[in-house]
Design a protein around this ligand. Structure first.
Ligand SMILES: Nc1nc2c(ncn2[C@@H]2O[C@H](COP(=O)(O)OP(=O)(O)OP(=O)(O)O)[C@@H](O)[C@H]2O)c(=O)[nH]1
Ligand SMILES: [Mg+2]
Length: 221
């Protein structure tokens, strides 16, 4: 005779992750580091956003990066070329970073020599939403080429974000997308959210992003 017992694995995994994320956050705070979890769909511009931010702020702030991806070395190399401390975290078959992986990344980084840490998450709008990493700010970057209904189709990740970037507005007309609709969808889901329209190609909106990074770091200090 068999008996069955229901075990809530999903809850336990997230509870353990939340605890590890808290520890990561405490560690970052002890070192005065402000961490940004950069999430977004595949190809939305996560790596380019971080690269351009390193170019803009790299002389005044000590920046480090974690590149999280199924195969991380390609994006990690794009950060390493600036000579900044970089860790690549391979997620293998997993579609998100978790706090345990980031804990390992933090062990490898020179935390005493950093002010800002950019964590590039795996490209998708679903799994990263569930996993806290210990970051101070959650940033979601989407691009018009994903379709202007991409925001309303993925409410969870936008509901917990601190900033949403609608990128590639330089090609909005070519892909028949309404960037303003994406902005208002984001505000409907999360009325407190900051939303920026951006083109990393033309530089539109980039200055406001840099201000957001600086402000976030100043407030955390
Ligand atoms: N036209 C245009 N192209 C852009 C813009 N931002 C990024 N791109 C291009 O989009 C492509 C993907 O950019 P990445 O920064 O590699 O995107 P990602 O989100 O890091 O991609 P994954 O890590 O693979 O998920 C590259 O060819 C970029 O040059 C933009 O504002 N306008
Ligand atoms: Mg990338």
């Amino acid at each position: 005779m068999h008996t069955t017992e229901e075990v809530s694995i999903g809850y336990d995994v997230l509870a353990v992750n939340a605890k590890l994320a808290q520890n990561n956050r405490k560690k970052l705070d002890r070192h005065g580091i402000t961490a940004f979890n950069i999430m977004g769909a595949i190809g939305s511009g996560k790596t380019l956003l971080i690269e351009k931010t390193i170019e803009s702020l790299g002389k005044s702030q000590r920046i480090g990066a974690i590149a999280g991806d199924v195969i991380a070395r390609i994006d990690a190399a794009r950060f390493e070329k600036y000579g900044i401390p970089t860790i690549g975290l391979n997620t293998g078959k997993e579609c998100h970073l978790d706090a345990h992986l980031v804990e390992h990344g933090l062990l490898e980084l020179p935390l005493d020599s950093l002010d800002i840490l950019f964590i590039e998450n795996v490209g998708n709008l679903i799994c990263p939403a569930d996993f806290e990493l210990g970051e101070h700010k959650k940033v979601v970057i989407v691009s018009v080429s994903e379709g202007d209904d991409i925001v309303e189709k993925h409410p969870l990740i936008f509901s917990t974000a601190d900033l949403i970037i609608v990128n590639k507005i330089d090609i909005a007309e070519a892909v028949n997308a309404d960037a303003d609709k994406m902005v208002s969808d984001a505000r409907l889901i999360n009325p407190r959210i900051d939303v920026l329209k951006m083109s990393l190609k033309t530089g539109e909106g980039f200055g406001e992003w840099v201000d957001f990074v600086k402000r976030s770091h100043e407030r955390a200090c």
